[in-house]
Every structure is written in structure tokens, then in C-alpha cells.
Design a protein around this ligand. Structure first.
Ligand SMILES: *Cc1c(COP(=O)(O)O)cnc(C)c1O
Length: 386
């Protein structure tokens, strides 16, 4: 089976992990801060807070922004469920902003319409979580301007977009958004096994998130309610979690980060090649926003809903039967039974539902060979026949 995504582990990665295993500190050592500093430098921001998953990163970012019961958090329906679940973890209400049917990214027009209505009804969201689907940055200029106008804080879910850029700014380095999160799950751009990071330019927010990552505990005398009892002293200030990343994982991430630019170049080269191979077929190749560079976490095609083409389901099953590990990203979150118990209904987000009906994610990862890619294109051409 050619998978849709796959990690790339080399001897340097293994050596870096083994070095930590032979050291005194498996966790809470020096490597986590090194990894945080390296990703922060890559993105051009001051603070990176490493955590044990992208989901934890979303959770502490929302909490640190004060999201809680009575508040709304908005995200995209075309995402992994974690982008919405983090809002529920805070006890807040979720709502969705429909996507552009062409890219699957949050629609600026839908956002504006929804904000106008929400302002009138007095239920503006506290936090907005746009998702850079497949690695292609959302229109952050438009989304950011609307968020500022309505006083909404933005957390970018950049789980797919580490290494991509928007204009000439790396994703993760937008000074106008409160925070950006990355995931280091093995299918993502670089991996730590499980892991994630929040990037921010806001020092106070960074301190809050560091506390939340580690039980709500501080060892910083300046943050304590009274002078420390002694050198052993710490205080728990809030109810936090154990969301820490280990030094074993950080060593893997730091080693992987050295190859991130090569990975992104390779993914873009393979994406360009897919565009050429699939050019003549009755399908849509990914629409690319000008002035941005996708990290190409995913290569998502759209199968035409047309009597001259097999159905999306048929194409999917034929590809799988031929040993090509395609996937679908994503099932609209508002159609999930859990979200339907909260009152969401099928048909509420037509852009998302139209996008979902057509899409298939083709294999794309740095070690994918051109021969394997040729095979995917050849099988796809046959699979499209009605
Ligand atoms: C992977 C992913 C997450 C969650 O990341 P984990 O590290 O698996 O917790 C969140 N949002 C999106 C869009 C993702 O793809």
C-alpha cells in the first residue's frame, strides 16, 4: 500500500533520540527549550510553548485567551475534530464558519456575514480558529482585519502548515494573530511521535500557557502571591494540566526541523508534478492562493459530480483496491453525531458539504517516489471512468 502520508526518520534523528536516552534528563531537561527556541526562530516569533499534542496546544491557547462558559469559539467545519473540541474543553459554545468550496479554507465572506449577525444578536465569539487546510494559508489578511474590527482573538490552526508562508512571512509568524499552533503527529510536516507547539509574540500569553502546560504551577517568584518559603518552593496558581513534551520527543523534533525546508521543497515539487500528471483528467487539482506557499501537507483533488465520471466513492474504493492509500480530509465536523447532539444539522454549511462530497487526498510525503506518483496518476485515470 502506498500510504497518503508517512514520516521520514533518518540516522541523525535516531542518534539525537538515543543521546537523550543516555542522558540524565528524559523530560524537563534542556532539549525542550532548545526545540522551542528553534521553531520560534524559524517562524520569526519570540515564544514557542511545546506540548504533548496539537490538540493540547489548541486547548491551552483557548484557555489562555480566557475562553470559558458563556463564550463562543468559531472554527471551520472542514477540519479535524480537535479544532472544535478545544472550544468545548473550555466549556464554551462552538459555532462554524463556512468554507470556500474551492479550497476548503474559511470563507472571508461567510465570516463577515456571520459576524454582522452575531454582533446584532450580542453573541460575538471570543476566539476564532481558522485552519490552513492541506497547508495552504487561509486569507489571513481578510480574516485578521475582520477579527480586529469585531474584537475577536485569532488562533491559527496551522497543524498542516509548518514550513509554508503567507506573503513573505512564515506561517506561525503573523504578529496580528494571538497564537498559532502546530502538530507533530507522524503524518504532519515534522514529527515528535505525538506533540505540538503554540507560537506567540505575546509574552503574558506565553507565560500563561507555560503554566497551563504544567499543572498551573510557577517557580517564578515574580508570579507568586507572596515571597517563596525557600528554594524548594513553587505555587499552583490555576488548574493546569500535564501537557508536557518529553526531551526524547523534542530531540526528534529538533533533528527533523533541520530538514523541514527540504521537505517543503520536495512536497511542492511533487504537488507541481501531480498538477501536470492530472491536467487533462475530469477532476480539480488544488486551487492555490497567489502570494502564499503551501506546505502541501495534503494534495486534495475534487472529483467532478458528473455522469461522465465515476462517483467519488467509486474512485476512492478503486484506488484503495489498487493499493493506493487515499483518504478524505475531512468529514464536516458539524455532521458528527456529537456535534449533532449540540444542535447542528446536515445542510447548515453548504460550502463545506459540497467540498466534502468531492474530495480525495492522494499520497504525498517527502519519500514518495516519482514512479509511485506515476502509478497513482495512472490508476486514478482508470478509476475515474464511470
Ligand atoms: C492533526 C491535527 C490536529 C491535532 O493534532 P494532534 O497533534 O493530533 O493532537 C488539529 N487540527 C488539525 C487540522 C489537524 O490536522
Amino acid at each position: 500500500m502506498i500510504p497518503y502520508g508517512k514520516q521520514d526518520i533518518n540516522q541523525d534523528d535516531i542518534d539525537a533520540v538515543v543521546e537523550v536516552l543516555r542522558s540524565d534528563m528524559l523530560t524537563q531537561g534542556a532539549v525542550v527549550p532548545q526545540f522551542e527556541a528553534a521553531v520560534a526562530e524559524y517562524c520569526g516569533v519570540d515564544h514557542g510553548i511545546a506540548v504533548n499534542s496539537g490538540t493540547s496546544a489548541l486547548h491551552i491557547a483557548c484557555l489562555a485567551l480566557g475562553l470559558g462558559p458563556g463564550d463562543y469559539g468559531w472554527t471551520s467545519p472542514i477540519t479535524f475534530v480537535a479544532s472544535a473540541n478545544c472550544i468545548r474543553y473550555c466549556g464554551a459554545k462552538v459555532d462554524f464558519v463556512d468554507v470556500e468550496p474551492s479550497t476548503g479554507n474559511m470563507s472571508t465572506e461567510a465570516l463577515e456575514e456571520k459576524l454582522i449577525i452575531a454582533e446584532r444578536e450580542g453573541r460575538l465569539p471570543k476566539v476564532l480558529i481558522p485552519v490552513h487546510l492541506a497547508g495552504q494559508p487561509c486569507n489571513m489578511e481578510g480574516i485578521g482585519a475582520l477579527a480586529r474590527r469585531y474584537g475577536v482573538r485569532v488562533v491559527e490552526d496551522a497543524s498542516h502548515a509548518l514550513g509554508g508562508s503567507d506573503g513573505n512571512r512564515p506561517v506561525g509568524g503573523n504578529p496580528r494573530t494571538a497564537a498559532t499552533i502546530f502538530s507533530f503527529h507522524p503524518v504532519k510536516l515534522i514529527t515528535t511521535g505525538e506533540g505540538g507547539m503554540v507560537m506567540t509574540q505575546d509574552r503574558a500569553l506565553a507565560e500563561k500557557m507555560r503554566e497551563l502546560r504544567s499543572h498551573g504551577i510557577t517557580r517564578d517568584a515574580k508570579s507568586m502571591t507572596h515571597a517563596p518559603d525557600g528554594p524548594w518552593y513553587y505555587q499552583q496558581l490555576t488548574l493546569g494540566f500535564n501537557y508536557r513534551l518529553t526531551d526524547i520527543q523534542a530531540a526528534l523534533g529538533l533533528s527533523q526541523l533541520q530538514r523541514l525546508d527540504d521537505y517543503i521543497a520536495r512536497r511542492n515539487k511533487l504537488a507541481d508534478r501531480y498538477d501536470e500528471l492530472l491536467a487533462g483528467l475530469l477532476l480539480e487539482t488544488p486551487v492555490r492562493r497567489p502570494d502564499s506557499r503551501s506546505a502541501f501537507h495534503l494534495y486534495i483533488i475534487g472529483v467532478h459530480e458528473d455522469p461522465d465520471v465515476a462517483s467519488r466513492r467509486m474512485v476512492f474504493e478503486r484506488l484503495r483496491a489498487a493499493g493506493i492509500g487515499v483518504n478524505v480530509h475531512y468529514i464536516p465536523v458539524h455532521t458528527q453525531p456529537y456535534y449533532q447532539t449540540l444542535g447542528f444539522r446536515d445542510g447548515e454549511y453548504p460550502g463545506a458539504e459540497a467540498f466534502y462530497r468531492r474530495i480525495i487526498s492522494l499520497p504525498l510525503y517527502p519519500a514518495l517516489t516519482e514512479a509511485a506518483q506515476d502509478r497513482v496518476a495512472a490508476v486514478l485515470e482508470i478509476a475515474l471512468q464511470p
